[in-house]
Write a new protein. Sequence first.
Length: 168
Amino acid sequence: MSKTGQGTPAQSALADREIVISRVIDAPRELVFEAFTEVRHLSRWWGPEGFTTTTRSFEFRVGGEWDFVMHGPDRTDYQEWITWTEIVPPERIALLHGESRGDLNAFESVLTFAPDGAATRIEMRTVFPTKELRDEAVEKYHAIEGGQQTLSNLAAYVSEIVRKGAEG
């Protein structure tokens, strides 16, 4: 007897807790990856439209942490914390993201960087601890739009680097 549907129960449960955003960026994979690895780059593009970022500490290595504040356009400050759980240059970065170390509501994200001709396809796959936390991120914090805007900011930033490099 064959069974059709949404896949295994584990896949269905994961889908309820997951957000996946991707974008093709017109820049080499190594450059797009580098934009995630150095705080001098991150501070120039990280976050949705109208947000700025202030870094308190940054150490890009497995087990290292990025402690920062995102400043919203309405002047609200958002305490943020990331620890890197896997780094495979220039292919993959996995991280845990919350408000602070020990945040029980922290979510996991995996970013993959794949060549797409001369461009790079970046995929950001985020899994929340519960469906309710995912839904809250989507509805209250506009996580999907914010993620799309963040990748758009990244694309604009690395395109500017490429353009300046072409000018010599």
